[in-house]
Ligand binder design. Structure first.
Ligand SMILES: C[S@@+](CC[C@H](N)C(=O)[O-])C[C@H]1O[C@@H](n2cnc3c(N)ncnc32)[C@H](O)[C@@H]1O
Length: 260
């Protein structure tokens, strides 16, 4: 005799039914594809992988490569086809690859270019005319959290506690302002810094204050970080034991240049 089935639990009052995420599409070889890319509907941005579709945007091996889906969202929102996107901290070129797929023109600069289509230039002095860009997307070093190169112009040489980092960022924002068209958009992707045991450095808020001197805020999103180091048991245990928090999100600051 089979045991009687337990009655199905009634949904809790006042709670909406939970929606399951879309089932990922399958590729021809049977490997699950990444979820469909859609503009993020809230100010909490999340996506399970750095790249989207079949990948190939920027280089996963580049430490500090920017999430491609985030650039896809910002470019889709703010730049028409044919518009110009400038990335002054271009690194592995994620912005260039995303813009190519989206039929936007992109120019990338870096003090330590790692590919031929990224030009050698300092973000504080770009070889561009005034008022040409529709969007400046920037993912600069978060003070000295990572070592990118030995180039003395690299902002990654400046510690978070040092006001010289803020002054350098401010010059980058001034340069972005110069190259943007009136009403053009600046998107800054940045993370605060926590150094154990010296403490917390809110470089995100500091950068936002600097941006507000020149631009009008559009919005701020918190972007979930999926960095492998966040999953390392030793890092998580240290955070719990020593009562500090690992950086779980980045800021995405979106602002607009004033009308001329
Ligand atoms: C967070 S990474 C950018 C990642 C890039 N968006 C990608 O997806 O690969 C920061 C980059 O800024 C560059 N950089 C640092 N200081 C710079 C400066 N003063 N001007 C231009 N690039 C700079 C570094 O060489 C590094 O490639």
């Amino acid at each position: 005799m089979t045991a009687p089935r337990p009655p199905r639990a009634a949904p809790a009052r006042g709670k909406t039914t939970q929606r399951l995420p879309d089932r990922p599409d399958r590729t021809v070889r049977g490997r699950p594809d990444k979820p469909r890319l859609q503009p993020q509907p809230t100010t909490l941005w999340d996506y399970p992988s750095r790249t989207y579709g079949r990948g190939g945007q920027g280089d996963d091996r580049f430490r500090g490569a920017t999430p491609a889906w985030l650039i896809w969202d910002v470019v889709t929102r703010f730049v028409r086809e044919g518009g110009l996107v400038v990335d002054p901290f271009c690194g592995s070129g994620t912005t260039l690859d995303v813009c190519k797929e989206l039929n936007r023109t992109a120019m990338g600069f870096d003090v330590h270019p790692v590919r031929d289509d990224v030009k050698n230039a300092d973000a504080r002095s770009l070889p561009l005319r005034n008022g040409v860009a529709d969007l400046v997307f920037m993912d600069p070093p978060y003070a000295d959290n990572l070592s990118y190169s030995d180039d003395p112009r690299c902002l990654g040489k400046l510690p978070a506690k040092d006001q010289r980092f803020d002054r350098a960022l401010d010059l980058c924002f001034a340069e972005a302002h110069r190259v943007l068209k009136p009403e053009g958009v600046i998107a800054l992707y940045i993370c605060d810094v926590y150094h154990h045991p010296s403490g917390f450095y809110p470089i995100g808020f500091r950068a936002f204050e600097l941006l507000r001197k020149r631009f009008l805020p559009i919005d701020i999103a918190a972007v979930v970080r999926h960095n492998a180091s966040l999953e390392q048991p030793s890092h998580r245990e240290a955070a719990t034991r020593q009562s500090f928090m690992l950086r779980g999100f980045n800021y995405l600051f979106l602002l607009r240049k004033h009308r001329a």
